[in-house]
Design a protein around this ligand. Structure first.
Ligand code: SF4
Length: 125
């Protein structure tokens, strides 16, 4: 997995980081955060996708090897959330094909883990 924050208030980032810690331990499901998109097959997107960050997000996605999947975490990533309707917010759906949505503002670490595990089950892992 690789995480990319496109903006927002960073609440979702904090919950995602909590999911990675030994307390919630997402690694027990075989999900490991990597430092490079070239080593990742799941892109975790948090925050509202703005026009400024959209091209960078697409560039990161294009660097990932196939097969690859996208998870939108939090209301901002899913719909723009509190930033919906802003002139520069485009939404992740207009940038990438999203495979899983994890709603919440922010979603709890348990919900993030549940969403990622459901995606892995859907993929047959
Ligand atoms: S969904 Fe809520 S918690 Fe997450 S980045 Fe947006 S405003 Fe912050």
């Amino acid at each position: 997995m690789i995480h990319f924050s496109t903006g927002g208030c960073n609440g979702c980032d904090i919950e995602l980081v909590a999911a990675l810690t030994p307390r919630f331990d997402i690694e027990r499901f075989g999900a490991l955060l990597k430092g490079s998109p070239r080593h990742a097959d799941v892109l975790l997107v948090t925050g509202a996708v703005t026009r400024q960050v959209r091209d960078r997000l697409i560039r990161i996605y294009e660097q990932m090897p196939e097969p690859k999947f996208v998870v939108a975490i939090g209301s901002c990533a899913i719909s723009g959330g509190v930033f919906q309707g802003c002139y520069n917010v485009t939404g992740v759906d207009n940038a990438l094909p999203v495979d899983a949505y994890i709603p919440g503002c922010p979603p709890k670490p348990e919900a993030i883990i549940d969403g990622i595990v459901k995606l892995l089950k859907k993929l047959g892992y």
